[in-house]
Design a protein around this ligand. Sequence first.
Ligand code: SAM
Length: 241
Amino acid sequence: MTTLIRNPDYSKAESWKIFDTIYRRYDLLNAILSFGLDKNWRHKLLKFVPAKPDVKLLDLATGTSDVAITLVQNCDNIKSAIGIDLSENMLHLGREKITNLNLSNRISLQKGDATQLSFLNDEFDMATMSFGIRNVENPMFVLKEIYRVLRTNGRAVILEFSLPKNIAIKFFYLIYLKICVPLLGGLISGNFKAYIYLNRTIEKFPYGEMFIRMMKQCGFKNVSAQSLMLGVATIYVGEKS
Ligand SMILES: C[S@@+](CC[C@H](N)C(=O)[O-])C[C@H]1O[C@@H](n2cnc3c(N)ncnc32)[C@H](O)[C@@H]1O
């Protein structure tokens, strides 16, 4: 256990492999570890859906497809959504949900790398990525790809974990991240290493002002950030110039 804590040997380029092993309990653990807030956070993305007809949505690192499902179920103006992910097992669970909800005519899932999208330039009106960008080697590659595939004025909406500003809250949150998350995540998923790795990606992610700067560097305009639950997560929004 101590060795694992010191050396959770996953490289970010292969982080999707973690999800290929923990997929069965992924949704359950999300709900438990976020005290049910993950669902509420995904709902907060609804207000950023462009107010125009026939919106074409791309959801990167879609996982089991909760973001695409939430947005499509609640927004009639989303004509189609494509979810991409590198983990076939996560996609498989997503496809089951989509079929059970009769949404196959509006959402499709495909295997794909967020750092190297297979789509043409200017194809989408909105691109979302929730809890995915901290898992890639270079977030700038993803931001540049999102920018490329969005239409002019298309919207990028990124939900990711961050750290609270308040020092006392941050202290307790870090204890929760370093101790409770690996312990609970490990016990329930059977993969301690995965949850040690995942909480480290939260600590190391360039959140807040740094991420806003990265979005601006990639060309996004009207960039803003909305912090959720005392700063535990943040929604970043930007538009293609
Ligand atoms: C924490 S999950 C988030 C899933 C989902 N968006 C959600 O909100 O629950 C991160 C996802 O990123 C995927 N992933 C990691 N690296 C990726 C990459 N380079 N391209 C596409 N997906 C990737 C993983 O397979 C995993 O499904």
